[in-house]
Write a protein that binds this ligand. Sequence first.
Ligand SMILES: Cc1cc2nc3c(=O)[nH]c(=O)nc-3n(C[C@H](O)[C@H](O)[C@H](O)COP(=O)(O)O)c2cc1C
Length: 351
Amino acid sequence: MEPAFFIGDLPISPLAPGMPVLTLAPMAGVGNWAFRLISASLGARIVGVEFINCRIVHHSGHRIERLLDFSDAPVYADGGHSLLAAQIYGNDIGLLAAGAQELERRGSQVVDINFGCSVPQITRKGSCAAYLLDLDRFYDAVQATVQACTVPVTIKTRIGWDDDSINIVEVVERAQDAGAQAIAVHARTVMQKYGGQAQWEWIRRAAQSCSVPLFGNGDVRRYEDAVEMVEQTGCDAVQIGRAAIANPWIFAGRNGAPLHERLRLAAEQLRLMVQYKGERVGVPETRKHLVHYFRDLDRGSPERTRLLTTTDLGELVQFLDEWRAKLPNDVGDEDLSLNAEQAGKLAWSGN
Ligand SMILES: Cc1cc2nc3c(=O)[nH]c(=O)nc-3n(C[C@H](O)[C@H](O)[C@H](O)COP(=O)(O)O)c2cc1C
């Protein structure tokens, strides 16, 4: 398949012809190594790593090591389908560029800069979305980071500070002039935080004036929303955040999966997470994903109670496996690539 576009010289293709290119948005506390691998195996073409403060990347300690553990990157490099994009943020341009260099040294195939986070404690210090208030400073930050890295540098931003100062078109122009190789736009203002509706119209206007790939983001809840976002805005790819937590199958063009498949993926994610973080942290951290995967279960059902209370990995995986074995017509070894093909058909038929 012809690549849909390139980030620098890295080719990016959709999972199947006719599908939009879909990527996993960076999400703090969610986008860990295990979830990134699962998302990529289902079709996410770029997997975002949560934002990392440029002041801590050179520190040592367990937490930092876990954040900077990009041991999934070689899997993507070997497969040639997906890319890992670690994300840096900070208010000091020199440290931002040096931090980006460290993310590259650790194996990130793309370095993303966060210009989108709207948390007041962060913007008050001049980091993240605060750069939207001073586009010369923004330009300098992008340019310094591009000069510091050999891998492509991308950015993630919002449409502007508030409804009276939407400046995404200028932001896009300045970012590409400074050397950004792709731009992701969360179609809300900083003041909107996560409220109200994402304003896709601004993705359309930004895409029109953008000469590098532009990723649309915000309020994609189902696969069909991603298809619609591309149709409405002409963006090159769709970045999916919250919807992927409950439904990583969205990357394969599906809205959810049958119970046997959810059980298999849950067990797989638990095993990977425990490998990544150890049992004490890995099991509780995976629980928030499990709660979403099985949210159709009755609140008081014995299965849900076991899911929420079992802390021992062996016991939990055994429980999931036994539950799966009990299901009628278990087709547990179904190949996910078949689903990718089905997903392509779904997109072609315009459903
Ligand atoms: C729990 C959570 C953590 C997030 N962390 C980050 C982050 O580290 N970096 C970033 O650029 N955006 C972050 N975001 C924003 C998302 O990447 C995305 O822009 C936003 O959720 C809108 O997309 P969605 O409607 O598909 O969720 C986070 C969002 C959530 C819900």
